[in-house]
Design a protein around this ligand. Structure first.
Ligand SMILES: Nc1nc2c(c(=O)[nH]1)N[C@H]1C(S)=C(S)[C@@H](COP(=O)(O)OP(=O)(O)OC[C@H]3O[C@@H](n4cnc5c(=O)[nH]c(N)nc54)[C@H](O)[C@@H]3O)O[C@H]1N2
Ligand SMILES: Nc1nc2c(c(=O)[nH]1)N[C@H]1C(S)=C(S)[C@@H](COP(=O)(O)OP(=O)(O)OC[C@H]3O[C@@H](n4cnc5c(=O)[nH]c(N)nc54)[C@H](O)[C@@H]3O)O[C@H]1N2
Ligand code: SF4
Ligand SMILES: [Mo]
Length: 748
């Protein structure tokens, strides 16, 4: 909190993707004036990509909110004070609970790429109201993979790319989208080392594919055939690790039987990749001392997504690439990103709830109905579903029809514009923050960032917002909290003891635990870290769940881990595993991987059938809606000035298609889909296959400039997507596979 730009470098982290690279910054007044990588950060070690340097566009966005807002009947907003906002919102949700049941109040979001503490506190209010259903972006990308993970071994896995002999990227472009530590450094190292190889499965010649030894350039949407053929080569050419399979995996013979039926030559033709290349890639995987695999949106948001996740996992399980250096790992987690217990069906559409999450895609249908179980009220926190969920027009209609919609955000988003109340949050550099994207093995890091600035006037950190909402419900009294407050003043050991007694003897406290921690431990924490109180509970859980690994990392118990987290400004290694621990992390009782997942084997068999194309004469081209590029970062920065190029997010199209349609580089095109149409600048590019076009994510958000003029440069991808194109098992959308037509437009 200094106005001297040459003052000390303060550690924090970049919030633009899940890597959360450590950075050090110098501030000037309320700006982030200088930024560089933090060499002391245990995971990122000084690395950043091109985007981190632009973070002040997030911190000082002109569209930041500075007061709670209430919508008037004419649709405009008036500023109201916090007390009024909290009282009216709490009463509004309590009213829905009393009349229709608290389970009609839905929670969407809870954290973006850099902030998960708000979500950690939301549970207290939601439980107190009786809310049960929730969703967030994971339910439009990772729930299919989670379904497979849960069946096979019961946890999330990660590759160890820095040390893998062979790295496989399936529908993943880490050069642009990062997602694992020091991605570009690691990719360059792999490319330069003749002893290591990279296999990329992607229809586009991405910057990652350019570095690959094997580029399997599948036709969009045909990964299941490509991956089935790869797995079939492993089985039929005896490339499996028999010792590993015999010792650690069940159901192998059933899987082998199904894979032996795969006509490799025919599936190669169906996915458009040479059979010889598929065989060569499979042999490289089979011969490697270690293989790491990363699958992402290219399969997770395309047809057969859950099946592709399953087939992809077969590649490393069949070859025994688990529990050894450079291979795939079940890692520790500081907090669960997925709830293990949350399964069931949604009330209206009966859609699968996976890991506690309703598919984002079905949320509108769960609202726009007169079904008695419909969603009536919603809180959206740190997410912008009106822009990020398929079929924006329907999402807007649905959100606009709710009895009560409250949005907690830093900016006036597309979703906030539909809300009855908008609550302004302090930015991620104005409060303690952290993410639960702690996914590494053998060393795993948790980073609590301290505030760089005081909250912008009129805003509050989420822990305080949620605490005020709980207080308004009067579910616990000061008398309930007093013993814990007193214990907190005596130190963490006294607090731990008092806490166990309090939750055992007072069930009212157990229902609102994050609130209790914030109200009692929070005030005793140093350096304005009250918002970190919930981490105390998570530190205890982590130390109990992985006692050896936490001790190896230097923390004798949960309290010691919590203290290290509070004190460490550049992130703390919280677990240090040994490779054999991977087997212990399997949640099945026999500690074996279960390979023969019945629904998936049925799906593999079904690949033999002719599958109709989704494209048609009317919509002959496949649109990938939402590609990650150098100048995209979800919806986190709204001012287009942050971009150094590709200012309006060009439509990339192949040379062949451009010639056939009559499009030129830099010209304009109209893209038409079943859901809508949009206009874009054209980039004619050798990287695209004929019949495949792509638009970037993160564009088409509103921004009001200094003159009060509103801009929305680029195409909002979900103006073009439809909710019905979704995975049969997980309900995840096919954003990367939207049938479309591209037409010429006069140049501007
Ligand atoms: N720069 C930047 N980085 C980001 C983000 C960002 O907004 N901008 N967002 C972050 C988030 S939230 C996420 S989830 C990750 C996502 O990271 P990625 O999944 O890597 O991102 P995408 O570019 O959406 O899709 C990956 C690839 O899928 C390919 N693809 C399209 N169709 C198909 C297909 O049918 N089959 C196959 N095999 N591939 C296909 C595309 O050509 C693309 O190269 O990125 C994170 N990192
Ligand atoms: N067509 C298409 N759609 C897609 C995708 C695609 O590839 N194609 N990708 C999907 C994927 S993988 C993802 S992850 C989602 C992402 O979509 P969303 O889940 O909507 O998340 P973000 O775009 O990251 O938006 C984050 C929001 O958090 C707000 N915010 C930032 N800091 C804070 C804070 O401290 N507190 C609060 N309360 N709010 C804050 C920002 O202003 C922004 O509104 O998009 C999905 N949608
Ligand atoms: S965008 Fe991601 S990879 Fe780039 S600096 Fe930020 S956190 Fe690191
Ligand atoms: Mo994502």
């Amino acid at each position: 909190m200094t106005s001297d730009p040459t003052a000390e470098w303060q550690p924090t982290a970049c919030i633009l993707c899940e890597c959360n690279c450590g950075i050090v910054v110098q501030t000037r007044d309320r700006t982030i004036a200088k930024i560089r990588g933090d060499k002391a950060h245990p995971t990122s070690q000084g690395y950043t990509c091109n985007k981190a340097l632009r973070l002040d566009h997030y911190q000082n966005d002109r569209n930041r909110l500075t007061s709670p807002l209430r919508r008037r009947s004419d649709g405009s907003y008036e500023e109201i004070d916090w007390d009024t906002a909290i009282a009216e919102i709490a009463a509004g949700f309590a009213g829905i609970r009393d009349e229709h049941g608290g389970d009609k109040v839905f929670y969407y979001g809870g954290g973006g790429q850099g902030n998960h503490l708000g979500g950690a506190y939301s549970g207290a209010f939601l439980k107190a109201i009786g809310s049960r259903y929730r969703s967030n972006a994971l339910a439009q990308e990772k729930t299919g993979e989670h379904l497979v993970d849960r069946y096979l071994y019961g946890g999330h896995t990660r590759g160890e790319f820095a040390r893998a002999e062979v790295s496989v990227f399936v529908g993943k472009n880490p050069w642009m989208s990062q997602s694992f530590p020091r991605a570009r450094v690691v990719l360059n190292e792999i490319a330069k080392d003749p002893g290591r190889s990279m296999i990329v499965i992607d229809p586009v010649v991405t910057d990652t594919a350019k570095l690959a030894d094997f580029h399997l350039r599948v036709r969009p949407g045909t990964d299941a055939w490509c991956l089935a053929a790869l797995a079939a080569v492993l089985v039929t050419e005896d490339l499996c690790d028999e010792t590993f399979l015999a010792e650690h995996v069940s159901g192998v013979d059933e899987v082998r039987d199904v894979l032996r039926e795969v006509p490799i030559d025919e599936y190669a033709r169906r996915c458009g990749v040479d059979e010889s290349l598929i065989r060569a890639a499979a042999r490289r995987i089979g011969a490697a001392a270690s293989v790491s695999v990363f699958e992402d949106l290219g399969i997770q948001q395309a047809p057969n997504s859950t099946l592709s996740s399953y087939l992809n996992k077969l590649l490393w399980v069949l070859t025994g690439n688990f529990a050894k250096t450079g291979a795939q790992h079940l890692h520790s987690m500081f907090a669960p990103l997925f709830s293990a217990s949350g399964v069931g069906r949604t009330p209206v559409t009966g859609s699968p709830i996976i890991a506690g999450l309703v598919p984002s895609n079905v949320v509108p249908e769960e609202i726009l109905t007169d079904h008695p179980g419909r969603i009536r009220g919603m809180i959206v926190e740190s997410s912008n579903p009106a822009h990020s969920v398929a079929d924006s027009a329907t999402v807007r209609e649905a959100l606009g029809s709710l009895e009560l919609l409250v949005v907690i955000d830093v900016a006036m988003t597309e979703t906030a514009r539909l809300a009855h109340y908008v609550l302004p949050a302090a930015s991620q550099f104005e409060k303690p923050e952290a993410t639960f994207f702690n996914l590494e093995f053998p060393h795993n890091t948790f980073h609590l960032r301290h505030a760089l600035f005081e909250p912008l006037a009129g805003t509050l950190p989420e822990p305080e917002i949620w605490a005020r909402l709980v207080r308004a419900l009067n579910v616990v009294s000061d008398d309930d909290l007093r013993p814990l407050r007193q214990a907190a003043a005596q130190g963490l050991d006294a607090y731990a003891e008092a806490f166990l007694v309090a939750v055992r003897t007072n069930p009212a406290l157990g229902r609102v635990l994050p609130f209790v921690l914030y109200e009692t431990l929070g005030p005793a924490l140093p350096d304005g870290l009250a918002g970190a109180a919930a981490l105390w509970g998570l530190a205890q859980k982590t130390a109990m769940q992985y006692p050896e690994a936490v001790r190896r990392a230097g923390h004798v118990d949960g309290n010691a881990l919590f203290e290290a987290i509070l004190a460490g400004r550049s992130g703390v290694t919280f677990s240090e595993h040994e490779y054999v621990d991977d087997f212990d992390l399997i949640t099945h009782e026999d500690k074996r991987i279960r390979l023969a997942m019945p629904e998936m084997l049925a799906d593999v068999r079904a690949l033999h059938a002719d599958t109709p194309l989704l494209t048609s004469d009317e919509f002959p081209i496949v649109l990938s809606a939402g590609e990650r590029r150098a100048n995209t970062a979800n919806d986190i920065m709204r001012d287009p000035a942050w971009r150094k190029g590709d200012v309006d997010g060009a439509l990339r199209i192949s040379v062949e298609d451009a010639a056939a349609i009559g499009l030129v580089d830099g010209g304009r095109a109209r893209i038409v889909t079943a859901a809508g149409s949009a206009e874009a600048t054209v980039e004619v590019s050798e990287v695209m296959l004929p019949g495949h076009v792509s638009l970037p994510n993160g564009y088409g958000v509103d921004h009001v400039d200094a003159d009060g003029l509103s801009h929305t440069p680029g195409v909002a991808p979900n103006a073009l997507t439809s909710t019905q194109w979704r995975d049969a098992h997980a309900g995840t959308p096919w954003h990367k596979h939207v049938p479309a037509r591209v037409e010429t437009l006069p140049a501007v």
